[in-house]
Write a protein that binds this ligand. Sequence first.
Ligand code: COA
Ligand code: AMP
Length: 634
Amino acid sequence: MGYSDIYREWQTDPEAFWMKAAEDIHWYKKPSKALFDENAPVYEWFSDGLTNTCYNAVDRHVEAGRGGQLAIMHESPITHSTKGLTYRELRDRVASLAGALKMRGVEKGDRVIIYMPMIPEALEAMLACARIGAVHSVVFGGFAAHELAVRIDDAKPTAIIAASCGLEPNRVVHYKPLLDEAIEQAEHKPDFCVIFQREQEVAKLVEGRDFSWHGFQYGVKPADCVPVEGNHPAYILYTSGTTGQPKGVVRTTGGHLVALQWTMKNIYNVGPGERFWAASDVGWVVGHSYICYGPLIAGAETLVFEGKPIGTPHAGVFWKIIQNHRVKSFFTAPTALRAIKREDPKGEWIKRYKLHDLQALFLAGERADPDTIKWAQEHLNVPVIDHWWQTETGWAIAANPIGVETLPVKIGSPSVAMPGYDVHILDEGGHEVPDGTMGAIAIKLPLPPGTLQTLWNAEERYRKSYLEHFPGYYETGDAGYKDEDGYLYIMARTDDVINVAGHRLSTGAMEEVLAAHPDVAECAVIGVHDDLKGQLPFGFLCLNSGSDRKPEDVIAECVYQVRDQIGPVAAFRHACIVDRLPKTRSGKILRATMQKIADSEEYKMPATIDDPAILDEITAALRDAGYAKVREPQ
Ligand code: COA
Ligand code: AMP
C-alpha cells in the first residue's frame, strides 16, 4: 500500500484504522473503541483500555527475549564518555527508581517534575513515572529558576527529580541552585527532591527534602508496571503561548503509545533492534516523542547525545556518531545543520565517515530553508525529509512517510498530511482558500491519537486558544498554503510565538519581563531574521517620561533580566529605545509590521494604524541596529 491508499484507508474508516494500529500495543484490557466523543469538541482516545507506557517501552521487549539488546546509547563528547544500557538493565534501573518513588508516596496521577540534562537518567526518570502512573513534566535545562517556579506552581508536583548540573561547552550549568531558587520562589512545595549527582559537580542537599539518586533507591523493592486507563495523562509538557504563562500540553497514555508506534514504522521506517537518533533535548517534544518514547516503544535503540553540532569538539561529530552507532534514521533541527554548514560548506567532515546505514535525515522544529536542504542532500546523499509538527500534536502533522513510500521531495515543503490529520487552509472568516493561497492552517477535529487532549488545569484556555477561532477545527497557529498535489508549505506563525534555534519562545513572556523594569513604560518584542538561528528576539523599549537613565544601561539591565527570568535559551541580546510604538487605533501593537520592516520585507501600511509617522521612527531605530535595510512601504 502506498501513501494515498493508507491516507484513504484512514479517511474511509478512522475508527477501524486506529483500532488496527492499537493492535501493535500491549493492553491489559483492550479498548472497546478508539474515539470517545462524549465531551466534543474535547476528544479522547482509547479511554476504556488499560495499558502502561513503561511496559510497552521496556518490559515487553525483555519478555520477548531481547533483554540483551541495547536500548539507550549515551554519547557525551563534553565528558568524553560513551555508555550503553540494554533493555534488561533499563528495566531493572527503572523498576528500582519507580519502587523508590512509590515508597516515598508517589502515586498514580501525582505529578513529578524532571529537570535534567541529556543523560540516560533523564529517560529513566520519565519511564519510572510512567511505570507507576505518575505524570511527569520535564523542564528544559536552559530555562531559568523563574520559569521552573511557574511550572512547579502549575503542575504542583509531589516530587522533583533533578541532576546536580548540566554541561554546556563553555560552562557548567548549576541545576541545583536553580532548583533551590525555583522552589523558594514557588508557592507550591514538593514533598521531596531526588538529585542525580554528576561527577562534574556534587550539589549540596537540603536535609529532609533532598535525596541522592542512589541513596534514595537503596534497598527498595522494584515496582511493577501499573495498568492505567487509555485517557490517563502520560505527561504534561509546557510550551510557549502568547503570554508569560506557558501552556501545559496534556498527552494521554493510549493515544500516545498507538501514535508513536505507528510513526516509528510508517514515517521513520525503524523497527526492533535498529538505531534511531534524534539530536534534540528531552526538555522539548522531540525529546519526549523521539529520544525517549518512540524508539523504545518500537524496541529500537535510541541515542542520547550531550553535545552540540559544532564545537564539541568539531563539525563532524554528528557524522562520527552516525557512523559509530550505525544510525538508520537521524532527526535534527535545520539550525543545527546551518551551524555545521557554516563551518563545513564543502562537506569535508562528512566525507571522513562511512554513513552506509543512514537511510534518511529528518528535519523539524522550524522551517527548513532550501539552501540547507540542498547542502544536506548533496553531501549526505540520502533523502532529506522535512516534517512539520508541534508540541501540541506530539507527532508529525505533515511528513514524507518513508516506511510506507518515499514521495518526491519538494524543497520548502514538509510534504503531505499524515493519516489522522485533515488539514485545511482558511481565510479569516474560516472559508477554505484556493490552492496556492496563503491562509491560517487548521485541522478538522478530532485530532488523531497522541495529540494533546487538553491543557493542564486549563480546559477553558484550551478551547479558547485552539478551538474557538475556527469552530470544528484545531487552529495550529501556523500560516501557509497547499499546492495542487496536497503538499503543505508552512510559512509563518499567526501569533506572537517566535522560533529561535528550533526553540519555541513567547515574545509575550519576554515583554512581561521588560515591562517590569522600573524605567520601561512600554515595550514590544519581535522575532528578527537570523541566518543561523532562524529568528532572534529584538526588543523596543519606551522609557518613562523623565527617565534620566542612559539608554545603554537600561538595555543591558533588560538583557540581564530576560536571561535571569526566562533563561539563556531566550537568546535575548538586542533592543533599542524608541519614543513610541506603532499601534492600531484600538491600541494593538503592530508587531507583525515591525517584524516585516526589520526583515526588509514588503509591507502594507495597516489600514487601522493610529499614526503612520511612528513607523518611520521604528525603521530608523532598526536601521541603526543593522536591520531594515532595503524596502520602503508600498
Ligand atoms: N541547559 C542550560 N543552558 C542551555 C541549554 C541547556 N540544556 N541549552 C542551551 N543552553 C544555553 C546555551 O549555553 C546558550 O547560553 P549562552 O548564552 O551562555 O551561550 C544559550 O542557552 C543558547 O543556546 P543555543 O540555542 O544552544 O545556542 P548556541 O549559540 O549555544 O548554539 C546552535 C547554536 C545552532 C549550535 C544550537 O542552537 C543548536 O544546536 N541548535 C539545535 C537545537 C535543537 O536541536 N532544537 C530542538 C528542536 S527539534
Ligand atoms: P514546537 O511546539 O516547539 O515543536 O514548535 C512548533 C512550531 O515550530 C510550529 O507550530 C511551527 O511554527 C514550527 N515548525 C515546526 N516544524 C516545522 C517545519 N517542519 N516547518 C515549518 N515550521 C515548523
